[in-house]
Design a protein around this ligand. Structure first.
Ligand code: FAD
Length: 395
């Protein structure tokens, strides 16, 4: 029975589990974390130089981590959407933003449209081996001349002799160098407005597919990022994913899951930067005391913790809506916007609290900032960096 003493005495050791998670999620959390810490994190530094190897996909497929919420009939684990949130949160323990992104593109960006819109044959041919980690996927929306403005893409598919001929280019494509296939957004009827887009599943070894360039970037160094060209690539009708003319709507649906998973990753990344910085602040001394005991630094931690928790609650409550059948586009956009922004703010503040050490590679906090910075751009940019006024662009 609750007594005044037990109610009033806070239990800081108690397990704080949000109501969306149950014991199975917690076991999954433990096993992904342990895998990430033991099998991935020891290589994190090396993979910053080389990009992470393909065996990561094979191993994750073997462990069942690539199909957590897909049905068992396709080799998935039959879990719910929260299992994907757990993956997004725990894979961060690999200490490699680039790896987390490469995996998320596969599990939560490229394969969901196959499950949602694909034919049974496409599911058997692409989804099943992707869940096993035998095929690696990428997603092609962005082009050199169109990013936020998805409807402005130029890559097009034209019917010719019972086939489709695809021409165009895609850029900033994560996994683009290693992928076996791409979920490709094209225009198939330039006069039909939003009803003129079609998705294709294109094998990356087809004649005319060119992996033009490995792009170098500010952060996420462990991921590969490609500029791709499609020169008269011929595919059959079977390669159409979903409905001809409905590709724009299909890809807008895809972006919802992508954004929510990205938001969950941001919250987890911000939390890790926070935890690491708190530990540092309790060890580093200046003027005779630990810097974490200066009141101004304590205010910073309180402020960061509040932002992280607000973002987390927004992500979890939106995930609950998503899991329960709603299509909460507005809340997903808010969660993505807010989580990305606070993650960058937190990472920046963590560098500041580290002082010069924050600028040094060996502490890893500068990498957290560089990696995190992408989240204000990928899957839809925000246009202002201010705590009072930030908006997302149309995408
Ligand atoms: C590392 C990395 C990995 C990526 N991976 C992928 C991938 O796997 N697949 C994929 O398809 N794409 C990928 N992207 C692309 C990413 O989604 C785009 O970069 C993003 O959507 C922004 O598009 P853009 O770069 O063309 O910017 P632009 O659209 O050119 O925007 C430039 C600036 O203009 C602003 N702006 C645009 N429209 C408006 C408006 N209406 N009002 C006010 N301001 C506006 C933007 O906010 C931004 O500040 C990746 C990008 C990066 C950097």
């Amino acid at each position: 029975m609750a007594t005044a003493e037990t109610v009033l005495k806070p239990d800081f050791e108690s397990k704080r589990r949000h109501f969306i998670f149950n014991d199975e999620h917690e076991q999954l959390r433990e096993s992904i974390r342990s895998f990430a810490q033991k099998e991935l994190a020891p290589h994190a530094e090396e993979w910053e130089e080389t990009t992470f190897p393909d065996w990561v996909f094979h191993r994750m497929g073997e462990l069942g981590f690539l199909g957590l919420s897909y049905p068992e009939e396709y080799g998935g684990q039959g879990g719910d959407y929260y299992a994907n949130i757990v993956l997004a949160e725990e894979i961060g323990h690999a200490n490699s933003g680039g790896l987390a992104m490469g995996v998320a593109v596969h599990t939560d960006m490229a394969t969901p449209p196959i499950y949602m819109f694909g034919t049974e044959e496409q599911k058997q041919r692409y989804l099943v081996p992707s869940i096993k980690g035998e095929l690696i996927s990428c997603l092609g929306i962005t082009e050199p001349d169109a990013g936020s403005d998805v409807a402005g893409i130029r890559t097009h598919g034209v019917r010719d002799n019972g086939e489709w001929v695809i021409n165009g280019s895609k850029t900033y494509i994560t996994n683009g160098h290693r992928a076996n296939y791409i979920v490709l957004v094209t225009k198939t009827d330039p006069d039909a407005g939003y009803d003129g887009f079609t998705l294709f599943l294109v094998d990356m070894d087809l004649p005319g597919v060119v992996r033009e360039k490995k792009l170098e970037k500010l952060g996420m160094h462990a991921s590969d990022t490609a500029l791709l060209a499609f020169n008269d690539v011929r595919v059959p009708d079977d390669a159409i994913l979903g409905e001809v003319g409905k590709g724009f709507y299909h890809i807008m649906w895809e972006l919802q899951g992508e954004r929510l998973i990205g938001a969950a990753g941001c919250v987890a990344g911000a939390q890790r930067a926070f935890d690491r910085t708190l530990q540092y602040a309790l060890e580093r001394k200046a003027f005779g005391r630990e810097i974490g005991h200066f009141q101004v630094i304590r205010h910073k931690f309180a402020d960061m913790a509040t932002k992280i928790e607000s973002a987390r609650q927004l992500v979890y409550s939106t995930a609950w809506r998503f899991q329960n059948g709603e299509y909460p586009v507005r809340e997903i956009s808010m969660a993505k916007l807010y989580a990305a922004r606070i993650a960058v703010e937190v990472a920046d503040e963590c560098i500041q609290i580290h002082g010069g050490a924050g600028y040094m590679k060996e502490y890893g906090i500068e990498r957290a900032w560089r990696d995190m910075r992408l989240n204000r751009i990928g899957a839809g940019t925000d246009v202002r960096f201010s705590t009072t006024s930030t908006r997302t662009t149309a995408r």
